[in-house]
Design a protein around this ligand. Structure first.
Ligand code: ACO
Length: 325
């Protein structure tokens, strides 16, 4: 099996920014509540008509440039998203055309907030066994399109964005271990009830606002802390490492209180935890992707460092990964 690593990263955040003060004018909430309960101050929102593939193309183009590759060098495209341009075809297929990655294999992965870790892990397997050479993996969401802007329980949480990574064979370092999993018995705590084959769109589903994300936040909070802690422990055990070896943890950015509770349980100091939730909110699969890109750009990840990705989301899925930079 070949060693596989990340050789390029990119990010795109839409220009429009929605602040907590803006939300105060839309629903019964306050900057104080949002900040203290979630750590979020503002989030980026896609413009009307700006689809997931548009965001993905901007992040993907940056990642290719960072990797020093051309679109035709990419033979595998995997997009992690729950807010694709349309139910079919995949965002990956649309992205392939937009970026000129002719003939590359293309598919999407639906694993909500753990989607980027799932997608990186999938690309890893394909490259390690020699089926493909260079993969573009994108975590992208336009969550504003499935957010109920009348529901204060959810609308203060989410944002839009895209993060991308190019994976290829590397001589040293690379992906050391992965731990993916799911508890499918808890699909009811976080879902979009209508719009799929189980409940196709009708006037009634639209009137009942069933095409928006529904979440039992309080219930999820405890599960998120325990699951992310367990996933991180297992990924490190599989890597033969301990938390003292970790230079930086890139967690899914659902809530700063969840992240800091996980870090505390794991005994990881706060300065080893990367956060972009204050500026971006929860961007589901794009959260770990953009956080990794920003951390690398800011010099927080150096050659030889051990980086731990740790994510959790609707499914309920989890995914943790240890990467030697
Ligand atoms: N502004 C003001 N008050 C609010 C708001 C708001 N925006 N939202 C809720 N409240 C109120 C509630 O109505 C409730 O009032 P009540 O006590 O009178 O009934 C009170 O605040 C407390 O509500 P809780 O839901 O208990 O608040 P909590 O501290 O749990 O915070 C939150 C809510 C931020 C959603 C938190 O539970 C959370 O982050 N949960 C986990 C989210 C998560 O992990 N998601 C998974 C990934 S997302 C994905 O996969 C797409």
């Amino acid at each position: 099996m070949k060693k596989v690593g990340i050789i390029g990263l990119g990010e795109y955040l839409p220009a429009k920014i929605l602040t907590n003060a803006d939300l105060e004018r839309m629903v019964d909430t306050s900057d104080e509540w949002i900040t203290t309960r979630t750590g979020i101050k503002e989030r980026h929102l896609a413009a009307r008509g700006e689809a997931a593939s548009d965001l993905a193309a901007k992040a993907g183009g940056q990642a290719l440039k960072d990797a020093g590759l051309k679109p035709e060098d990419i033979d595998l495209v995997i997009v992690a998203t729950i807010t694709g341009d349309m139910p079919t075809p995949s965002v990956a297929a649309i992205l392939q055309d937009k970026m000129g990655m002719k003939d590359a294999a293309c598919f999407d992965i639906s694993a909500a907030c753990a989607g980027f870790v799932y997608a990186i892990s999938t690309a890893h397997q394909f490259i390690a066994c020699g089926s493909y050479k260079n993969a573009l993996v994108v975590g992208v969401e336009v969550l504003s399109s499935v957010t109920d802007w009348q529901d204060r329980n959810t609308c203060v949480l989410f944002g839009d964005g895209a993060g991308a990574a190019v994976l290829s064979e590397v001589k040293s370092g690379g992906i050391v271990s992965t731990y993916l999993g799911c508890d499918g018995s808890r699909t009811g705590v976080l879902n979009i009830p209508a719009g799929g084959s189980g409940n196709p769109a009708t006037h009634e589903t639209v009137d009942k606002r069933m095409h928006y994300l529904k979440m039992q936040g309080n219930e999820l909070f405890k599960i998120a802390v325990n699951t992310m802690t367990r996933a991180a422990e297992e990924a490190l055990r599989r890597a033969g490492l301990t938390f003292s070896n970790v230079n930086l943890i890139i967690p899914h950015q659902a809530n700063s209180r969840i992240i800091l509770a996980v870090a505390k349980k794991l005994g990881i100091p706060e300065d080893k935890v990367y956060l972009n939730i204050e500026r971006c909110g929860n961007m589901s699969s794009a959260s770990t992707a953009t956080a990794l890109c920003e951390a690398a750009r800011e010099g927080r990840v150096k050659k030889g460092d051990i980086v731990l990705l740790d994510a959790f989301g609707a499914g309920l899925v989890w995914g943790a990964m240890v990467i030697k930079w």
